[in-house]
Design a protein around this ligand. Structure first.
Ligand SMILES: [Mn+2]
Length: 312
């Protein structure tokens, strides 16, 4: 475990308070429909090109990985500028040893620097009602805070937080960010992008697909998609990626969700997968993106973007 006095002294009421505070901040920014340099509609954030952008993929309870990334991007300096953004792609919890501590860290960061931090939802932050248990948080909460209080905070505030997390982030003209993938159905060219926004409510098909989908190079019988073996979500083809990039006027889909050695590229550079943890996947290294606005403007595809992936 990382030696951090703030974390080792964390009490259940302290944790509950932090969760309350971050929920309130997210409610407020979603009610106002804006964040510095961007607008918010439902669970979709559309940002102008920031001064600097950092993107962090699946953390899966690996606090060491998070702290290493923070050190590399010089976090304290980075978040002081409201025009710099850090986007987390979700899957903060499960598998690693520090899910609670990761949630605590990122919530504190959002509370201190609300304009610089964007928190997305992963499939491991699934709604309570979903059929597949998405994490080992109940066990972690009981170990750390005891059964009664641990489960109480888990059942109320943690799910409330998960419900406030974003599903799609767009960096205008360049990036389309989701945790898992793009939905298989794109309603032809007349389909306005607003369609997606209206269809990302909880339990809609798009909601499930955004959290669970994976890109695949080859699908049987040249299909555009097939059901995923994960039990939820689909595998989508390069032609679907192409349609989404066109519909959203962006160049690259950036997502997490699949373990890989820091990053991988699919669909001829249309999709970049970022993976940012090591504890539960010791064979892999930690990848994250750090890129300036100037560099972002010149991105044509995932290969260009991959030049800005740092591997630790
Ligand atoms: Mn995932």
């Amino acid at each position: 475990m990382v030696d951090d006095p703030e974390i080792s002294k964390l009490t259940v009421s302290g944790f509950a308070q932090i969760l309350d505070d971050v929920i309130q901040i997210l409610q407020k920014e979603q009610f106002n429909g804006q964040i510095t340099g961007g607008k918010i509609s439902n669970k979709v954030v559309e940002l102008e090109i920031p001064e600097k952008l950092a993107i962090i993929g699946d953390l899966h309870g690996d606090l060491c990985a998070l702290l290493k990334i923070f050190k590399r991007i010089k976090i304290e300096e980075f978040v002081m500028n409201h025009n710099n953004k850090i986007i987390f792609l979700g899957d903060y919890v499960d598998r690693g040893s520090a899910s609670i501590e990761i949630l605590y860290k990122i919530c504190c960061l959002k509370i201190r620097h609300p304009q610089s931090i964007i928190l997305m939802r992963g499939n491991h932050e699934a709604p309570k009602e979903f059929p597949i248990s998405s994490h080992d948080l109940p066990k972690r909460m009981i170990e750390r805070f005891g059964k009664r209080l641990g489960m109480e905070v888990y059942q109320t505030k943690i799910f409330e937080l998960f419900n406030m997390l974003y599903l799609v982030v767009i960096i205008q003209g360049v990036l389309f960010l989701v945790h898992g993938g793009v939905p298989a159905r794109v309603n032809s060219t007349e389909s306005k992008f607003d369609d997606l926004i209206s269809k990302t409510g909880p339990f809609s098909e798009s909601f499930e697909e955004i959290l669970w989908n994976d890109p695949r190079a080859f699908l049987p019988d040249e299909k555009e998609w097939e059901f995923s073996r994960r039990g939820l979500g689909k595998h989508f083809s390069s032609s679907i990626s192409k349609k989404w990039l066109r519909a959203s006027n962006t160049k690259v889909i950036v997502r997490g969700h699949e373990p890989c050695n820091g990053f991988k590229i699919d669909h001829e550079g249309r999709v970049l997968t970022l993976f940012s943890c090591k504890e539960a996947y010791p064979k892999f290294d930690i990848g994250y993106i750090l890129i300036s606005g100037k560099q972002l403007r010149s991105i044509r595809n995932g290969y260009d973007l991959a030049e800005n992936v740092d591997i630790i």
